[in-house]
Design a protein. Structure first.
Lengths: 356, 306, 495
């Protein structure tokens, strides 16, 4: 018994579908979202409104979307570099947490200093994320250990470390025993971009990171080397490109970016170190990287999209009492549908001719 | 000595979900497919089993429901990876995220709830024996099922034609296809089996091991199970040893408290993850050895029409 | 009255994206006949037999087996009808034993002890001895082919198909295979034999279907044809001329001194002089790739074990060696010599280091370089921006050879430079190598094609089992002597 539809390989990848596939995936996800809303007793069109229209209808709303998009974009730009080089860094969440701890430590240690302290905190956050990522790099380089499993194990370690730190060394002595650090000084907070909103300069950092990543990928030698390493490792060896250099470059870069994302969260909207520094940004960034086609510009657009998912989820929780964990479902569906739609880039759907 | 017996028994119980999950992973990885979605499958199965047991009062029904949930997610994975030829690693990640998101969603009304107490585990009378009692005879039925499953898989792989076909597909799907073996069908079946095993593992966790529901309660066990299969070089007997050893590592806190060591609980909870990293590093050090033992087509897409 | 043919193909057609593999192909094989399919690389032979074996479905046409129509692409059904195939790149499972491999290939269920016995007796009967308990990864190429054939024979086939079976055999082993095939034909088994080797077809087959560009151009009795007439049918014209050559070699440019291929392996020593081509003959898999990797810098060795114009380079990477004038054309185009997803211009960035400047790539310069290669080496493509994967095998190989030659190397290493390439492109590549030699370059060519080596090389060496024979002038080595050397039996070098 043969299926009536067949997937037939194309001669060359379809450029149309390379960009149409994320749109198709988004459409399918939205359709599922509307279906879910309907099943939960709400109006499906309300779903569309709550996720896509309402957050963008006020200046404050747009600022919140861009605020949410900032850590996503920072992480995803780094992950795009990693995935392009076929280095599967799944531990951005851990690198983000490590960065947030390092940034918080500096911010708290420099309490009472001038406004340079926030710059130092961000630098420390980048260093913290880099250090965390270097563990994965070292284990892969020296021991050939699979980076997927190592970076993921380190996420759990980072989460436990964070929990220990906010219950212990960095805990607010005047905080009634709550697991959180003292609030940071005003000087240790990121300056705002738009008055009356929470949008901070971290957003500019994200845009700068995307621009730098584009330049590296398109024009630099190391960018070319990592692209080749990702699709044809034997050719990279033939050319004499150092796979070790590529590995460390992409992991340190993405670690630094994820660290900055963590640092920006604690010196930005949160203002202190808490156990829930990140609602899974590091994992959502993986989806953002794929939806953005591993291209720095696409990644920025995809991070805005993912931010809408987060905010829509929060809105539907506060307004309609729907669980915010729906966001996680939508994120998983988006990635799944994207992977499915990507088939059409290399394959063509054809109706199978009736058997002779 | 009693403490030692308790520790060993606890290690076996703790290692059982990993044994179940890893056995299933071993079977489908032997056919050359990598499914990173185990964590998500276990979580979804956990909440489904919990909900069904909570509602029906029957553990058996809960386990069955958990297995079905695992099979369902595995079928989704199989469709995307085998029929649509999507990248196996990315698809597995998507399943992991989808599974954990869906489980959090379904589990909301059950957050913090517990299950009614069940009767004592194990075989009556025998479990009262000193030392051997708790270690060998005092476990829930699922522990013995896990052992039996591992044994059956080991025997099937090495002694039967089905096992031969499975190994052949994992070694070279192109050659197997040329010989007329239905590569896609074999891989599909292996994935569904893996899904059922992950489902049983999740069900055991949520209804027997810690009979309550909390978001992300698998705490990375699915990922550790993936690593476990690598450590065990894809051999069922080694998976057994590794799973129980890891069970032992998770019991570290118990052991240290027993000998009077005080340490922050979070740091001690890091033990299984750090242990996984260390063993992974030691095992992977020799790339030739890994390549020799790994199913040759692992993770590589196979499209006979390409 | 003619008997029903064992196999009858009518009007078989098959297209892949961008290429017509088979077009209106008709073929008939009688019972007990040895039938050859002759054609150069890319003529459509492999696709055709995959269709016969049920591994691929045809887009058009019909197949009849002993008069019964056969439908669809179903390897199991083909096997049930009595079709057995021995693939060019064997379909064996390395980590399984011989017996397990055979068990997978036959539909009959053997009891555990029975199979080993059946393998033993079939092996004896057809001159194909092999140990049923051995693991395939321990076997030599010739032994592996025996397993493939035994697996096919134990299924009691009525039609045995062999795809380029002699490409991995020494001349002596080839004779043994032919004896087996004649024995089978005598027992009524039809044999379908694919090859591009004219002399073998004339020795073995009683009928030959000649294919070119996916179509059948002639069906002849090869014993009544000469090699020239067969070649003309295969190519469709006169074979291209190779430029005559006559140069006197200069100083050694590449010196290999006690270089082991692996830890504890036998150390190899030889040299390549300016203005000469040294050829290394031998079946693939005897250490040639390891040697090339060590010479090109993909693998590192002791610094003094490889010298270029006197300087020790054994510990240098590919970039440093290129800077000193050593260039390399690897065996595999796709994924090794070129990245198929990138354009020809970007592929130039792989080995032309002057296209990088201070950490940035120079896209315009790369484009210009690629265009120059395309122009000088007659690469048929839409231009330097074409994806490398979209070029045909011959054109991509011309580009890769041209990419290295245009950079004016002092020493060039070429691994199977015309493998899988059409005759026109192969001639162009060989002429390019000869022209390069005339400019004083030292060239090392590894090739499986004995004819190519005799055409190109001034001196010849043979590689077998990781060891290298002494180098002798090519005209002093007759073919059957070469065959013995390929089996590892060469006299020790005179001091």
């Amino acid at each position: 018994m043969r299926a009536p539809l067949a997937l037939v390989p194309r001669g060359a990848p379809s450029r149309l579908w390379t960009w149409a596939s994320p749109l198709l995936a988004l459409l399918l996800t939205v359709a599922c979202g509307m279906l879910l809303f309907g099943l939960l007793g709400q109006s499906p069109w309300q779903a569309v409104g709550m996720f896509f229209v309402e957050p963008l209808s006020t200046k404050r709303g747009v600022a919140e979307v861009l605020l949410k998009a900032t850590p996503l974009a920072l992480c995803a730009v780094g992950l795009a570099l990693c995935f392009r080089a076929n280095v599967w860094n799944i531990g951005a969440e851990g690198q983000l947490i490590a960065g947030s701890m390092a940034g918080a430590a500096v911010a708290l240690a420099g309490a009472g200093s001038g406004s340079w302290i926030v710059g130092a905190a961000i630098v420390a956050a980048a260093a913290g994320g880099m250090a965390w990522a270097s563990l994965t790099a070292w284990l892969r380089d020296r021991f050939n250990a699979n980076e997927i499993l190592v970076s993921l194990m380190l996420v759990y370690v980072a989460q436990l470390l964070l929990s220990y730190v906010v219950h212990g060394p960095l805990q607010d002595p005047a905080g009634y025993g709550f697991p959180q650090s003292p609030l940071f000084d005003r000087a240790a907070r990121l300056p705002l971009l738009l008055a009356g909103t929470r949008l901070h300069v971290g957003f500019l950092l994200a845009l700068a990171a995307a621009g730098a990543a584009w330049l590296v990928l398109a024009r630099s030698v190391i960018g070319f080397q990592l692209r080749v390493a990702g699709v044809a490792p034997r050719a990279a060896r033939y050319a004499g490109f150092s796979s070790r250099r590529v590995l460390w470059t992409v992991l340190l870069a993405s670690g630094a970016l994820a660290g900055i994302a963590g640092g920006a969260e604690v010196t930005g909207p949160i203002g202190q170190l808490t156990p829930s520094v990140s609602p899974g940004y590091g994992f959502a960034a993986i989806i953002v990287a794929f939806v953005g086609r591993l291209h720095p510009v696409g990644v920025v657009a995809a991070s805005v999209l993912m931010a809408l998912f987060y905010i829509g989820g929060e809105l539907s929780q506060s307004r309609l009492g729907l669980p915010s964990s729906l966001t996680g479902v939508y994120q998983g569906l988006l990635l799944l549908f994207l992977l499915g739609a990507d088939t059409l880039i290399v394959n063509r759907l054809r109706l199978r001719a009736a058997a002779a | 000595m009693d403490a030692a017996a308790t520790l060993v028994a606890a290690s076996i119980a703790a290692g059982t979900p990993m044994l179940l999950a890893a056995t299933g992973i071993l079977v489908h990885e032997r056919t050359g497919v990598v499914n990173l979605g185990v964590e998500g499958m276990m979580l979804l199965a956990a909440i489904v089993a919990f909900a069904v047991t909570h509602g029906s009062g029957s553990h058996l029904l809960g386990f069955a429901a958990g297995a079905v949930a695992g099979v369902l997610l595995a079928a989704v994975f199989a469709f995307f990876a085998l029929v649509l030829h999507a990248n196996q690693y990315a698809t597995g990640l998507a399943i992991a995220l989808l599974g954990s998101g869906t489980s959090a969603f379904i589990g909301l009304p059950f957050s913090g709830e517990g299950l009614p107490a069940r009767g004592a585990d194990g075989i009556a009378l025998l479990r009262e024996l000193p030392l051997a009692g708790p270690v060998l005879f005092g476990h829930h039925a699922a522990v013995y099922v896990a052992l039996l499953l591992a044994a059956v898989v080991a025997w099937t792989l090495s002694r039967t034609r089905a096992g031969l076909v499975l190994r052949a597909v994992g070694e070279s799907p192109a050659s197997a296809h040329a010989l007329g073996i239905p590569v896609r069908g074999v891989r599909f079946a292996a994935l569904l089996f893996g899904g059922a095993c992950a489902g049983l593992a999740g069900a055991y966790l949520a209804t027997v091991y810690t009979p309550l529901w909390a978001e992300n309660m698998t705490a990375g066990r699915g990922w550790i199970a993936l690593a476990l299969v690598v450590f065990a070089t894809w051999r069922p007997a080694r998976v057994l040893v590794g799973a129980y050893l890891f069970g032992g590592v998770t019991m570290l806190q118990l052991y240290l408290q027993g000998i009077g060591v005080e340490a922050p609980s979070q740091l001690m909870s890091m033990a299984p993850y750090l242990a996984t990293i260390v063993v992974l590093a030691l095992i992977s050090r020799n790339p030739r050895w890994i390549r020799l033992n790994m199913p040759a087509s692992l993770g590589k897409p196979f499209n006979p029409n390409a | 009255m003619t008997a029903t043919p064992r196999l009858a193909l009518r009007g078989i057609g098959k297209r892949y994206p961008g290429v017509v593999a088979n077009d209106g192909v008709s073929l008939e094989v009688a019972a007990g006949e040895i039938h050859a399919i002759l054609g150069e690389n890319g003529a459509g032979k492999s696709t055709l037999v995959k269709i016969i074996a049920g591994a691929v479905a045809p887009d058009a046409g019909s197949i009849e087996f002993d008069g019964t129509p056969v439908a669809g692409a179903d390897p199991a059904a083909a096997r049930a009808l009595g079709v057995a195939m021995v693939y060019q790149h064997f379909s064996l499972f390395d980590s399984l034993t011989v017996a397990e491999n055979v068990a997978l290939g036959v539909d009959r269920r053997f009891a555990r002890g029975e199979l080993a016995g059946a393998i033993g007796s079939a092996g004896e009967r057809y001159g194909l001895p092999v140990d049923p308990a051995a693991h395939v990864h321990d076997l030599s190429m010739g032994e592996r082919q025996r397993v493939e054939i035994l697996r096919a024979l134990l299924a009691r086939p009525k039609l045995l198909i062999l795809d380029e079976p002699t490409s991995v055999l020494t001349p002596q082993a080839t004779e043994a295979l032919f004896a087996t095939l004649r024995q089978l034909a005598g027992e009524g088994v039809s044999v379908l034999f694919i090859s591009h080797k004219l002399d073998e077809i004339r020795r073995l087959a009683s009928r030959c279907t000649v294919m070119r560009a996916g179509r059948v151009v002639a069906v002849v009795d090869p014993r009544a044809e000469s090699e020239q007439s067969l070649a003309r049918l295969m190519i469709g014209g006169q074979p291209p001329q190779i430029a005559a050559h006559d140069t006197a070699p200069g100083q050694p440019r590449l010196l290999v001194d006690a270089l082991p291929l692996a830890d504890g392996g036998e150390p190899l020593s030889f040299d390549v002089r300016a203005g000469e081509i040294v050829g290394i003959a031998g079946i693939s898999g005897n250490g040639q790739n390891a040697l090339m990797a060590l010479l090109a810098g993909e693998r590192l060795a002791r610094a003094e074990s490889v010298r270029l114009d006197g300087a020790p380079i054994g510990a240098l990477g590919p970039r440093e060696r290129r800077a000193l004038g050593l260039r390399y054309v690897p065996e595999e185009r796709i994924g090794h010599g070129a990245v198929p997803e990138l354009s020809l211009a970007e592929n130039a960035l792989l080995t032309i280091d002057r296209l990088h400047r201070r950490g940035f790539v120079q896209p315009a310069a790369a484009q210009a370089y690629a265009n120059e290669v395309v122009r000088r080496f007659d690469v048929r493509c839409p231009g330097a921006t074409a994806r490398a994967g979209s070029l045909s095998g011959g054109n991509l190989q011309k580009y890769l050879v041209g990419r290295e030659v245009l950079a004016e190397p002092q020493v060039l290493l070429a691994n199977q430079p015309t493998w899988g390439v059409d005759v026109g492109a192969a001639a162009a590549i060989r002429n390019a190598l000869i022209a390069l030699r005339a400019r004083g370059c030292a060239i090392l060519v590894v090739s499986e094609e004995i004819d190519e080596l005799f055409e190109l090389a001034d001196r010849l060496m043979v590689m077998a089992g990781g060891r290298l024979s002494p180098a002798v002038p090519a005209h002093r080595l007759p073919v059957d002597e070469l065959g013995r050397w390929m089996a590892g039996r060469w006299p020790q070098a005179q001091p």
